[in-house]
Design a protein around this ligand. Structure first.
Ligand code: FES
Length: 65
């Protein structure tokens, strides 16, 4: 499923960019091109950053005990 229709970027590509360290809209844009057109996908990109970012934080917190 595409997150960004303009750049034809699938959700898995955005997730991969975030997993690789992209933690802002700009970083996701630079990493995979999502959000480089009309901007309609910005909310979804932010949701994914929040979702995966908090999951990463939760994982690190769990590892620290
Ligand atoms: S849908 Fe992503 S920039 Fe247009």
């Amino acid at each position: 499923m595409y997150v960004c229709i303009c750049a034809r970027v699938a959700e898995r590509e955005v997730r991969s960019a975030i997993h690789s360290g992209a933690s802002s809209e700009q970083a996701v844009r630079d990493a995979c091109g999502a959000g480089t057109g009309c901007g309609a996908c910005a909310d979804r990109i932010c949701e994914l950053i929040d979702e995966l970012g908090s999951r990463t934080r939760d994982t690190f917190a769990a590892l620290r005990g």
